[in-house]
Write a protein that binds this ligand. Structure first.
Ligand code: ADP
Length: 296
């Protein structure tokens, strides 16, 4: 295992950001930490990068507790680095390298090639597209040739072209042997690039494992009420990791398996003034999958 997390908990005052979180990141994976905003993703990344301290639990990198030596094998991008707008990619990376002590002048060309910016290495940063700027940021994380890359919401704020560029780059880096750990609130993104996933909700692990097992494993909850328009509207607020669809007089919620019990669904609607006259759990994995593929 590249990373093993054991029973990590973290609170900010009264806010329990992480609650007894455990999972393993296998060597060679693209590992997605998936969850809606506020589910604890950034907190977790900060802990495994030694930026924050957990209140409870521990984690091992490469089978050992974190140490400066281990940290050299990990490149990270938690926030966008402050690049100089009037400088080229080469000079920006030289500065980042000398500040962080990672990599050397000779390795900068290799990094630029890895993130497909070598041709544009002498252009000013300000002339770059959003995707190129983010690729340079990933380049900065690659200085020192780390085995693992930790990225927080790597496609946030990018346009569709930039998103596709970063997605391709992550897959390419993974093929070249880097294990990638990334946080995302986008189910779609995780499904496209990740081999493994952990799903967090309010600081708790809902499920973890290979993407095709976890994301295939879905429950459909079918619900009905007197006012189906209102029902659809409220259903769309249910969770950012659920898919909502109208099905005749009913509304269907496609949920990741285990993320909701019928009582919770019922309570959610009741608390919003909706009395359900139909509530049915349908466990049909392939049908759920098919339905998702054909209805979006
Ligand atoms: P995510 O990255 O999934 O959006 P975060 O780890 O940023 O989630 O936040 C998890 C929870 O902890 C949220 O409820 C958030 O408001 C809270 N939180 C995060 N950082 C702090 C902080 N520095 N002080 C207080 N609460 C925080």
């Amino acid at each position: 295992m590249v990373l093993s997390i054991h029973n990590i908990s973290k609170a900010y005052g009264k806010i329990q950001a992480l609650n007894d979180v455990s999972f393993d990141v296998p060597q060679g994976s693209v590992f997605g930490i998936l969850g809606p905003n506020g589910s604890g993703k950034t907190t977790l990344l900060s802990i495994i990068l030694d930026v924050l301290e957990a209140n409870k639990g521990h984690f091992d990198w490469f089978g050992h507790p974190s140490s400066p030596d281990q940290r050299k094998k990990i490149g990270s991008l938690l926030e966008t680095p402050n690049f100089y707008h009037y400088m080229s990619a080469i000079n920006n990376l030289k500065i980042t390298s000398s500040i962080s002590g990672r990599g050397d002048a000779a390795s900068i060309d290799t990094v630029l090639q890895k993130v497909n910016l070598f041709e544009r290495r002498k252009s000013r940063f300000s002339s770059y597209s959003l995707g190129m700027k983010q690729r340079l940021a990933i380049g900065a994380a690659l200085l020192g040739d780390p085995r693992v890359l930790v990225l927080d919401e790597p496609t946030n704020g990018l346009d569709p072209v930039g998103i596709a560029e970063i997605r391709d780059l992550m897959m390419e880096l993974n093929r070249k042997g880097h294990t990638i750990i990334m946080a995302s609130h986008l189910l779609d993104e995780v499904e496209k690039v990740c081999t493994h996933v952990v799903i967090l909700k309010k600081g708790n692990v809902i499920t973890t494992g290979p993407v095709d097992e976890v994301l295939m494993d879905e429950d459909i909850v079918e619900i009905g009420s007197a006012n189906s328009e209102q029902l659809l509207q409220i259903a769309s607020e249910y969770s950012s990791i659920a898919t909502v669809k109208r099905e005749g007089n009913y509304v269907q919620l496609v949920l990741i398996k285990g993320s909701a019990r019928l009582e919770d669904v019922n309570r959610f609607f009741f608390e919003r003034g909706v009395v359900l006259n139909h509530l049915l759990l349908k466990k049909k994995r392939l049908e759920a999958r098919f339905f998702e593929l054909t209805n979006n």
